[in-house]
Design a binder for this molecule. Structure first.
Ligand code: BG6
Length: 488
């Protein structure tokens, strides 16, 4: 099964069917002061502009300075798994070129950078003896960011699980891995939160659980029955909760922590009160297995009923950990999974089939729907009563070509960004508490199963020479940041 097809179908496979699901709605979310709202065509003052990458996708240097193996190091070597047979062995050589890359971030005018820590760099076996050279790299990275006036926003887990934990415990199949993750989170928090004020726990449980353990498309590449996948999703929620607690216990006071999740994107098909209400129910129920349980400490009745015998096994004590209060909600928003209409069946919503002709970007899965970044934060703020949402990823691939003049005119990426940012601005102007935006990605990098064949960067990377070249979209984004407005 191709990754593109699978990702497109993810909601259907992993989520809940609309039929038979009902859930009460929760009250309205907090509204920020009018003064914070973006007025007259701009974003609110102090809106945080950033870019994002992740360790395995950019660092390279997989065998240097005592780094242990991750499940991706092993997975990329299985024939047929990576579209162009590339690996992250070298990737962007960011481990060595981080200073040059930080200069690129600075040149955009970004005030923040979202990166992830490679767990096996810090603990080569996942647990046991830490590797001082591992944490040293992140010390250097953080210091260099701060020196350049860029806030470090750190993700603890962006899929590069230590292979040793996979070998010993079956990875996320075991709660041993969750506990060890908590210890690792505490260690990293202790060493870095004197300078890193914002921490994301796990990136996209919604993807790595289903793709890695259900469909076998991502590392570790196993295909387990749905009941086990549901248990692993529960374990990922537990790992999130343990990490929240560890950051609070070992980090500096005031360190903020929250998830960075590819929320299952549900939007009203039409802007009527009935459709909006249906989309709100859908957003909660389609995210019941991860986001809703971590934000509320409960699985919904509808989720448990739907999962039936496949529902995860858990204790009240685990739910308490999972529901540990967070400081913000990080949402990765790219494409719609479900356009929703009201239904008089079951829960009161029905996801519509998506026509084959629906437009998409260079990646087949990346359907173009700018309204997603308006509706999802708006509904999420209401459902989960949060007053701080960050868009932790948004962006697009493009079939970038370097023209004879040495430039990259990625007008399709600019079109995509302009339209999504206009909708995000619309949300902030209405008082939806979105506080910042991290564009995926700073530069082209190793795009998992697509290898180097899909380019998401504002900077083009020649992977032979490692030369970085700004695309036209880098100038576009610089202008957005300078004007603090989407219509740049
Ligand atoms: C997100 C991930 O799912 O989307 C990123 O958090 C990833 O790591 C990005 O690079 C694009 O996804 P893909 O599957 O096209 O590489």
């Amino acid at each position: 099964m191709s990754a593109k097809v699978s990702r497109r179908q993810l909601a259907k496979i992993a989520g809940l069917s609309a039929a038979g699901i009902a859930s009460p709605l929760e009250g309205a979310g907090a509204k920020p002061a009018a003064a914070l709202r973006g007025g007259s065509g701009g974003f609110p003052a102090g809106f945080l502009w950033g870019t994002a990458t992740s360790s395995y996708q950019v660092e390279g240097a997989v065998n240097e300075d005592g780094r242990g193996a991750s499940i991706w190091d092993k997975f990329v070597r299985i024939p047929g798994k990576i579209e162009d047979s590339s690996t992250g062995d070298r990737a962007n050589e960011h481990y060595h070129r981080y200073k040059e890359d930080i200069a690129l971030i600075k040149d955009l005018g970004c005030k923040a950078y979202r990166f992830s820590v490679a767990w096996p760099r810090v603990f080569p076996d996942g647990d046991g003896k830490p590797n001082p050279k591992g944490i040293d790299f992140y010390n250097r990275l953080v210091d260099e960011l701060l020196k350049n006036g860029i806030e470090p926003w750190m993700t603890l887990y962006h899929w590069d699980l230590p292979q040793s934990l996979q070998d010993r415990f079956g990875g996320w199949r075991s709660t041993e891995t969750c506990k060890i993750f908590g210890d690792y989170a505490g260690y990293v928090a202790k060493h870095l939160t004197d300078r890193v004020k914002n921490v994301f726990t796990l990136n996209e449980s919604g993807r790595f659980v289903q793709f890695g353990y259900g469909l076998g498309i991502d590392a570790p590449g196993v295909t387990l029955p749905q009941a086990e996948v549901n248990q692993i999703r529960h374990n990922s929620a537990l790992a999130h909760g343990l990490a929240v607690q560890a950051v609070r216990a070992h980090g500096r006071r005031g360190t903020r922590v929250g998830p960075a999740e590819n929320i299952d994107v549900c939007v009203p098909a039409i802007d009527t009160p009935e459709h909006v209400r249906a989309a709100e129910i859908a957003l909660r129920e389609m995210n019941a297995g991860y986001l809703n349980v971590i934000m509320t400490g409960k699985y919904t009745d509808a989720f448990l009923k739907y999962a039936g015998a496949d529902a995860p096994k858990y204790t009240d004590a685990e739910l308490k950990i999972i529901g540990s209060p967070v400081d913000f909600l990080g949402l990765n928003i790219y494409a719609p999974q479900n356009y929703v209409v009201p239904s008089d069946q079951g829960a009161g919503f029905m996801p519509l089939p998506i026509p084959k002709s629906f437009p998409h970007m260079s990646s087949d899965w990346l359907r173009i729907a700018p309204e997603t970044i308006y509706w999802v934060p708006k509904l999420a703020a209401k459902i989960w009563k949060t007053d701080a949402i960050y868009i932790t990823e948004n962006g697009t691939s493009s079939d970038d070509v370097v023209t004879p003049d040495g430039k990259i005119y990625d007008t399709d990426r600019i079109m995509y960004l302009r339209n999504y940012l206009a909708q995000l601005q619309r949300a902030t102007a209405e008082g939806v508490p979105v506080r910042g935006y991290f564009l995926w990605s700073l530069m082209d990098n190793f795009e998992w199963v697509f290898g180097l064949s899909k380019r998401f960067g504002l900077y083009h990377v020649n992977f032979d020479t490692q030369v970085r070249t700004p695309k036209l979209s880098a100038s576009f984004y610089r202008n957005v940041i300078a004007k603090n407005a989407a219509g740049a």
